[in-house]
Design a protein around this ligand. Structure first.
Ligand SMILES: Cc1ncc(COP(=O)(O)OP(=O)(O)O)c(N)n1
Ligand SMILES: Cc1nc(C(=O)O)sc1CCOP(=O)(O)O
Length: 529
């Protein structure tokens, strides 16, 4: 019999049995009604394969079968009592669904691991109206554990649970590392993805492959590169780039876009759809503006990138289906959270307790970025931001990029872009951009075209199966902003431009004419952090 210690347990794939979820034709010792009998039989099998067995809730059963550990919930036997009844070497885990419960687990000093959930909605457990944590919520719990370890020296391991399936596993693994300490999950616990499968071995192997590649990447590539799940610098590992290097990488993508004609799927608003589609074509991309939930999933394999623009937010179901499919198919997602702070509906949709898509880039004005960053520093009026903006925009974008584990672009008179480490300030553009409707939305389209092209340009297979997307997403975001702003400057200088309306037409022309050397000559890019 294998002897397990808290340190020796491999938590990466934790199966929680669920007899009621077995598909037709499969049984789990249905003739054995007693929990202890089921546990005994299970223990014979887990021993054979060197897998630790944990018993849920029942200290007596745990003792009777000599299980490796006990798992308790918040309303089950208190951990101190369970600990006093069990031998010293029994591993104890507890379910936590918020930071307060995680803090209590840390403070007890008696817990070896926590089950963090529910991450997303699940049909396997009655969540009793409780809100799901989402990937951000898991990250907050992980920071409590990391802080506890920093203070006490005791490591509490962690597995997430609830609604976890193969397609959303990469987004959970890469989306949840804690914002402050970058602590990642040790593993995931699943019921239905394995138990309800007609081929549980195949289902387990698929999960295992993603988990193994994620853990390998975290071990091999320190820092944000492995945490975000996409290549920040365009090279393996993470290296900070100079202004010149970033600018060259961004300008180099102009030719890539023209060569690849990336298919930019845009679920955007009725106000700007026509201009965004024309701007996309002028840049060298190909627009598709489908939004019906019945068809957007089918498009996903063919597209280069996806834009989700909250604008008039009629197509919430389409956004969720398209976003989910883009994550599964590893396509970059640009999220433009138009007026996200303005209504509860928009705020809630952006949080998405039940499986919100993980964006690759978030692009917004000061009010929108402020709402996502939960900052009260900037006010909004409808879709616009009012006031003088953030006192320290560089810090805001960097912090939000780390929190959301994606590139963040704050657009305005000056634009600020961060990948969670480097922060770039861009100072191109023209005041006419502020007096035509949809220039910000067009920037979202441009970022979609450029991230799509950057991702499509990578021909080699994924370095690892858990990666969210390939390609240089930071440079592509910078490129998308620069092409709009530099084309706007060139357009505004034309003698035939007399005001907003002639500017709007000239902008499309100059997007069409824009060349890399113009961008390199005119771009005002400063690395500020
Ligand atoms: C890792 C892990 N999480 C949860 C459970 C059991 O869950 P359940 O008994 O349904 O819920 P709680 O009472 O713990 O909230 C488990 N066995 N392992
Ligand atoms: C057993 C359990 N505990 C949860 C918690 O939130 O503590 S969620 C859950 C069910 C997990 O099943 P599935 O993998 O099928 O979603």
């Amino acid at each position: 019999m294998v002897k397990f210690t808290p340190e020796s347990i491999d938590y990466s794939l934790y199966l929680v049995t669920g007899r009621e979820l077995l598909p037709p034709g499969k049984d789990y010792y249905e003739s054995l009604e007693e929990f202890v009998e089921v546990a005994r039989k299970t223990k014979e099998i887990t021993d054979k394969y060197g897998v630790p067995l944990f018993i849920n809730d029942r200290v007596d059963v745990c003792l009777a079968v000599g299980a490796a550990g006990l798992h308790v919930g918040q309303t089950d036997m208190p951990v101190d009592l369970a600990r006093s009844l069990l031998p010293k070497d029994i591993i104890i885990g507890i379910s936590v669904s918020n930071t307060k419960e995680a803090q209590t687990a840390v403070d007890s000093g008696l817990v070896d691991y926590v089950g963090i959930g529910a991450v997303w909605w699940t049909g396997s457990k009655d969540l009793k109206g409780k809100l799901c944590l989402g990937v951000d919520g898991v990250g907050e719990v992980l920071d409590v554990l990391a802080e506890g370890q920093r203070k006490t020296g005791k490591e509490i391991r962690s597995v997430a649970i609830g609604g976890i399936h193969l397609p959303n596993l990469p987004q959970l693994l890469h989306g949840s590392p804690s914002p402050k300490h970058l602590k990642g999950l040790d593993g995931v616990a699943v019921i239905s993805d394995i138990v309800s499968s007609t081929d549980p071995e195949h289902a387990s192997r698929k999960l295992r492959a993603v988990l193994d590649s994620y853990h390998r990447a975290r071990k091999d590539q320190a820092g944000l590169h492995a945490v975000f799940g996409f290549n920040l610098s365009g090279t393996p590992g993470y290296t900070k780039r100079s202004e010149k290097e970033l600018l060259n990488a961004a300008a180099g993508l102009i030719a890539v876009v023209r060569e690849l004609t990336p298919l930019a799927h845009q679920i955007t608003n009725i106000v700007v759809a026509n201009d965004s589609a024309n701007a996309t074509l002028a840049m060298g991309g190909s627009p598709i503006m489908a939004s019906a939930e019945q068809e957007v999933g089918d498009l996903s394999k063919a597209i280069s990138g996806l834009l989700i623009n909250f604008g008039t937010i009629k197509d919430r179901a389409g956004m969720l289906v398209a976003g989910k499919a883009a994550n599964v198919n590893k396509k970059p997602i640009v999220f433009d959270p138009v007026a996200v702070g303005a209504t509860a509906f928009r705020r809630q949709t952006s949080k998405g307790n039940s499986y919100a898509p993980k964006p690759t880039v978030i692009k917004g004005n000061a009010a929108e970025i402020g709402a996502l960053a939960e900052s009260a520093e900037v006010e909004s009026r409808g879709v616009d931001s009012v006031g003088s903006g953030f006192a320290n925009p560089a810090d805001v974008v960097k912090t939000l990029a780390r929190k959301k584990r994606c590139v963040v672009a704050l657009t305005g008179k000056e634009d600020w872009v961060s990948d969670g480490d480097t922060v770039v300030k861009l100072s191109n553009g023209h005041e006419y951009l502020g007096v035509i409707t949809g220039s910000g939305c067009m920037t979202g389209s441009a970022i979609t075209v450029y991230t799509g092209a950057a991702s499509q340009a990578i021909k080699q297979p994924y370095e690892n199966e858990s990666q969210i997307v390939q390609g240089d997403m930071f440079a592509a975001t910078i490129a998308g902003i620069l092409v709009i702003n530099v084309a706007a400057e060139v357009a505004a200088e034309r003698s035939d431009v007399k005001g907003p309306n002639t500017f709007r037409s000239a902008l499309i022309d100059e997007l069409y004419n824009l060349r890399a050397d113009t961008l390199l000559r005119r771009a005002r890019l400063e690395v500020v952090a």
